[in-house]
Design a protein around this ligand. Sequence first.
Ligand code: ADP
Ligand code: MG
Length: 481
Amino acid sequence: MATWETVIGLEIHVQLATSSKIFSGASTAFGAQANTQACAVDLGFPGVLPVLNAEAVTMAVKFGVAINAEITRKSVFARKNYFYPDLPKGYQISQFELPIVGRGKLSISPEEGVSKTIGITRAHLEEDAGKSLHEEFPEQTGIDLNRAGTPLLEIVSEPDLRSAREAVTYARKIHSLVRFLDICDGNMQEGSFRCDANVSIRPLGQVELGTRTELKNINSFRFLERAINYEIERQIDLVEDGGQVTLETRLYDADKNETRSMRSKEEANDYRYFPDPDLLPVEITDDDIDRIRRSLPELPEQKHNRYIDRLGLSDNNAALLTSGREIAEYFEQALLPAPELANQLANWIVGGLTGALYQSDLDIQDSPVTPGMLSELLQRIADNTISGKIAKQVFEAMWRGEGSADEIIEARGLKQITDSGAIESLIDEVIAANPDQVEQFRAGKEKVLGFFVGQIMKQSKGKANPGQVNQRLRDKLKGDS
Ligand code: ADP
Ligand code: MG
């Protein structure tokens, strides 16, 4: 039996975060009452003319520069003609032969230590369509044109991805990049970032591509992975049973975890593109590109390298802390008051904080423990006010809203015992209470040392400085002092 190779190319629609639409002054804010944010241009009234939003162009070029793509000096808007109730003009203004962003590339790391470069074919500007609402009205379809004319950047990848996992890694990386660039709010539930996946299979070793299907309606990374995996299995079963994959658009049903046919590609594909006579070509100069390049913030890859080279973080921590803009911002804010604690902060954010956020289903920007609070906590460990173990208790109390680290340490009397007299008497007490274990230790059973440390820490409610305990305990057990 042949072994199959999967081939995937993604088309990602990124809603650009401009405040007004790409060809009109109407607002792009999400969630307004239906049809209150669609003006005559968005509605396609006769006699009105589109005016290009310069901010949308700048955002597209930012993306292009960030992926080292060719920027088209004279790109052209084209009409993509089709009929649909949520498209009042009867055509969508898009770009076809001359997209604003040409070839570029992005490297991804689908597994630790593995790096792979994915080609980006193009990224073009276009307007979003309105929305058809099928659920609100029984046996009718509602049309909301608020979204009509919202600027989109459609980012098309080469068919370079070889598994659902690679596809998700790539999509996440694009998501992170547009968030760092501040050109998209990244909200997948609201449809600000949408993925279509083109999937095909071919016998391993074959150069020619197999026939693909296009999966639409995917609004989370988890569903993207599931939809692709379902589709790969469906195609393999089909072909191994003697069937053939047909070029078609399939809809992913998250409830049933399956894809089903929506329309065949042949019928849908004759868009009769032609240059839009209402819009001039978009000219971009070297100066424009330089200016935009200089305005770029530090990008995730640069941050990743800086965290390793300058802050001494592990590759893994650096990767996790630069996986999203919000987590990177949290880390950098926490670092401000305690730059020497970079590694400790990184470990706490990647470990305890991320775990707590996950359990409470919270995003890091909504964390009840703010960057400043976490920083203060780690400073109290560093200056020996509390041990790492007590710090976990303090963290939990901060999480529950009991105050800052200092307030909680004070209120609960958690300050570490570092007074050597106090530590000695704790040790003496525990030694006196456990003569059998003392005998065992003196007979050479080193393991009981751990028992004594445990007892002393328990006796002190975790507040004895463990370093000092360890230092004194052995001598005392031997009866040396
Ligand atoms: P269309 O405009 O009809 O969707 P494109 O040629 O622009 O078609 O391709 C869209 C996407 O499909 C691209 O991301 C491309 O990499 C991907 N693609 C093309 N052929 C295949 C294939 N045989 N298998 C998987 N992906 C493919
Ligand atoms: Mg397509």
